[in-house]
Write a protein that binds this ligand. Structure first.
Ligand code: UDX
Length: 466
């Protein structure tokens, strides 16, 4: 592990051509952002690019423990930097976000200076999560090339770029709040229809977070303009409207471990070792897979309604209930479902979704989960929780029409009979599966040799190689 010291070094050229190409990659410190950037790191390393992949200490330990060195090309070096937070502060969102935006860029600057002052290959470019826009300032200050990486849909970026227009048109006020809740909004005829109350920054219950996310998006717009590349884990044909109105965004997705020839790990948590064997025993297209990403939390009442809805559907299911969630199952539940249900703390999701026994996916619509589902032709039941997940739901249900939305009742609760009814519809109406399979075809051709994403990624790699 590199230590962080600070020998100042001033570099004047934009891209340094001495030695081998060497990229420093910095994900936003959340699992859903780390996974796709790790995937990109593996692609780049396969093309001879040396990678220094930087996580905060807590995530670095996870990546090392569960991806393990055998998961990584020997050109990838994992490095950690402190996030400057006490462990209790990591759960205070304002503290977490503010500190990440101040401390991480500073640490990255020091790390680049340290590497460049040493005998190893100089850093030639920085690839950073676009949420960490201030790292762009570091790249400019140190004279290295830069690429901002978006782990979410391109539509999220387009929404951010349009903040000034949304204010000017009276859709939102200066702090991002909707001026009329009944509006629905579409930035372009092929882009998702959403309500301003579902804009990314408005989907937190805490007003300080809403403000923070809104301001960070505005600030990051400015930084992204200066980056040499703005790359996105998406596919042109999935979001043609977004890529037409924002030609500066380059799609290079889907970045999935299943696209790699090697059977390398794709997780940073310990997955249940037996669930794939359990899936092998289920009939084709019979199992409901239920998972809500790395942060979604349900209250007791909602958790029990979900449990009952799954039970009432009376079909085989694989349900991820993370170790950090409350497991308040209804009385006798685990005994009643034992013959046809499997509940695990974490699943090897990409491999689960590519298993022939999976019929549908009940999901929070995180962008990784969405891409993994569409890449495998799996219809979805959408239950978004936070941030960009509402835009993703709109793509799934309104644009691609490969899923259904789960609706809350008038008290804001999703009842068990709503869950059962929507599950039944996904099984009974073949049209969802048919469309999902078409989308799967389209996506896989984009990532294959000659496809759009393949060409974009090749161009990006050529740029890094200089
Ligand atoms: C977050 C946001 O929700 C998402 O919208 C944003 O675009 C990225 O960051 P997260 O909530 O964790 O991510 O959801 P998602 O994007 O779906 O990522 C979850 C990842 O964890 C997926 O790659 C999924 O395969 C993996 N996972 C999840 C597992 O490997 N096993 C599990 O049991 C559950």
């Amino acid at each position: 592990m590199l230590s962080i010291s600070n020998p100042p070094l001033h570099l004047s050229t934009r891209k340094i051509s001495m030695g081998k190409p060497h990229a420093i990659m910095v994900p936003f410190p959340m699992q859903g952002h780390i996974i796709p950037l790790m995937e990109l790191a593996q692609c780049l390393a396969k093309h001879g690019i040396k990678i220094t992949f930087v996580n905060t200490e807590i995530n670095h330990d996870r990546v090392q423990a569960f991806s393990g060195n055998e998961a990584l090309d020997d050109r990838i070096r994992l490095v950690s930097v402190p996030d400057g937070l006490e462990s209790s502060e990591r759960y205070i969102p304002e503290k977490f976000m503010e500190t990440v935006y101040e401390i991480m860029p500073r640490n990255i600057e020091e790390l680049i200076q340290e590497i460049n002052a040493s005998n190893e290959d100089k850093i030639t470019c920085v690839i950073y999560d676009q949420c960490l826009g201030r790292i762009q300032e570091v790249a400019e200050k140190l004279g290295v090339g830069s690429a901002a990486f978006c782990a979410a849909a391109a539509a999220l970026l387009v929404l951010g770029f349009n903040i000034p227009r949304l204010i000017e048109d009276g859709i939102i006020d200066n702090e991002g709040s909707p001026l009329n809740n009944n509006n629905i909004f579409q930035l372009n005829p092929t882009m998702p229809i959403i309500s301003p109350s579902d804009f990314v920054w408005n989907r937190s219950k805490i007003s300080a977070i809403r403000k923070l996310v809104f301001n960070i998006m505005k600030q990051n717009n400015k930084f992204m303009k200066s980056a040499n590349w703005l790359i996105c884990n998406s596919v042109h044909n999935l979001e043609p409207g977004a890529f037409t109105v924002a030609t500066q965004i380059t799609p290079i997705g889907p970045l999935l471990s299943t696209n790699r020839p090697q059977n390398l790990p794709d997780h940073i948590q310990e997955p249940d070792p037996d669930c794939l064997k359990w899936l092998d025993q289920q009939p084709p297209c019979s199992v409901i897979y239920i998972a809500f990403g790395s942060t979604t939390i349900f209250n007791k009442n909602q958790f029990q309604e979900l449990a009952m809805g799954i039970e009432q559907s009376n079909r085989p299911f694989l349900w991820v209930v993370r170790p950090d969630s409350d497991k308040d199952f209804p009385d006798g539940y685990l005994d009643r479902v034992t013959t046809h249900g499997r509940i695990v703390g974490w699943a090897p999701q990409q491999r689960v979704l590519s298993h022939s026994s999976i019929a549908c996916f009940i999901s929070h619509c995180g962008w990784n989960s969405t891409l993994e589902s569409v890449s495998n032709g799996v219809p979805m039941l959408c239950w978004p929780y936070f941030a960009d997940q509402f835009i993703n739901r709109s793509y799934i249900c309104d644009t691609w029409k490969i899923g259904l939305t789960i609706d809350e009742d008038e008290n804001g609760v999703v009842k068990f009979d709503e869950i059962k009814e929507k599950i039944d519809r996904l099984f009974e109406e073949d049209v969802f599966k048919e469309r999902a399979l078409c989308l799967k075809e389209m996506i896989s051709s984009s990532a294959s040799e000659g496809g759009d994403s393949y060409k974009n990624l090749s161009n990006f790699i050529s740029w890094i190689r200089g």
